[in-house]
Design a protein around this ligand. Structure first.
Ligand SMILES: *[C@@H]1O[C@H](CO)[C@@H](O)[C@H](O)[C@H]1NC(C)=O
Ligand SMILES: *[C@@H]1O[C@H](CO)[C@@H](O)[C@H](O)[C@H]1NC(C)=O
Ligand SMILES: *[C@@H]1O[C@H](CO)[C@@H](O)[C@H](O)[C@H]1NC(C)=O
Length: 184
C-alpha cells in the first residue's frame, strides 16, 4: 500500500469517527426473538351493585334503548384464568368503551389488558377496535404492548360466556394471539 492509500484510510477513519459523533443519537439494534404467544382468560365485569367494575361516564340526553348509542363507560374489570369468580386473577382490563353504532348495539373498545401473574406480570397489551355484539365470536385487534409484549401485534377473539342483566354480570372468554419480540 502506497502513501496515498494510507492517507485515504486515515481520512476515511476520521470521517467515520465524525459521522459516528454526529449520528450517535440514533442506533440500529437487532430485535429479540420473534415469539407468538397465546393467552386464554376470562373477563369478569359487574355493572350493578355496590362494587361495579364498569361505570357509565356519559351519554346523550335522549337515548335509544336498543343501541345505547353515545354512551361511554370506564372499565376496570378483573381478568381471571377461568369463568368462576374465585378463579385466579391474571390481570385487569382498564380503559374506555363506548356504544358507537346507531343501528344496533356495538362497542368501540380502547382497553389495556395489564397482566399481574407469572411471566407476564407487569406486561400489558393494548386493545383497540370494534366489538360488533351480534357475532357469536368477536375479533378485536391488539395494537401494541409493554414489557415482554413490546411491539406486540395480534388479535383477540371474544365470546360471551355469561350475561346476566339481573346481576349485571358479564363474563367474556378471550383467546389472544400476539406476535412480539422477547429480548435475550
Ligand atoms: C361468586 O359467584 C357465586 C356463584 O355464582 C355467587 O354466589 C357469589 O356471590 C359471587 N361472589 C362475588 C364476590 O361476586
Ligand atoms: C407482580 O409484580 C409486582 C411488582 O413487581 C409484585 O409486587 C407482585 O408480587 C407480582 N405478583 C406476582 C403474582 O408475582
Ligand atoms: C379459545 O380457544 C380454545 C382452545 O382452542 C377453544 O376451545 C375456545 O372455543 C376458544 N374461544 C374463543 C372465544 O375463541
Amino acid at each position: 500500500m502506497g502513501l496515498a492509500g494510507l492517507v485515504l484510510i486515515v481520512i476515511s477513519w476520521l470521517a467515520l469517527g465524525r459521522a459516528e459523533d454526529v449520528a450517535n443519537w440514533h442506533q440500529g439494534r437487532r430485535l429479540g426473538k420473534e415469539t407468538v404467544s397465546h393467552l386464554h382468560f376470562y373477563f369478569h365485569e359487574i355493572s350493578n351493585g355496590n362494587n361495579p367494575t364498569v361505570v357509565k361516564v356519559g351519554g346523550p340526553q335522549k337515548i335509544d334503548p336498543s343501541t345505547l348509542f353515545g354512551t361511554v363507560w370506564m372499565e376496570d374489570s378483573p381478568l381471571r384464568e377461568g369463568p368462576k369468580n374465585t378463579s385466579a386473577l391474571v390481570g385487569r382490563a382498564q380503559g374506555l368503551t363506548g356504544a358507537d353504532d346507531q343501528a344496533k348495539f356495538g362497542l368501540i373498545m380502547a382497553l389495556v389488558f395489564g397482566f399481574t401473574q407469572g411471566k407476564y406480570n407487569g406486561s400489558s397489551l393494548s386493545i383497540f377496535g370494534r366489538k360488533g355484539q351480534s357475532d357469536p365470536v368477536q375479533e378485536v385487534p391488539v395494537v401494541g404492548g409493554t414489557g415482554l409484549f413490546r411491539m406486540a401485534r395480534g388479535f383477540a377473539m371474544a365470546r360471551t360466556f355469561l350475561l346476566s342483566p339481573d346481576t349485571g354480570l358479564a363474563i367474556i372468554e378471550y383467546n389472544v394471539t400476539v406476535v412480539h419480540y422477547e429480548s435475550n
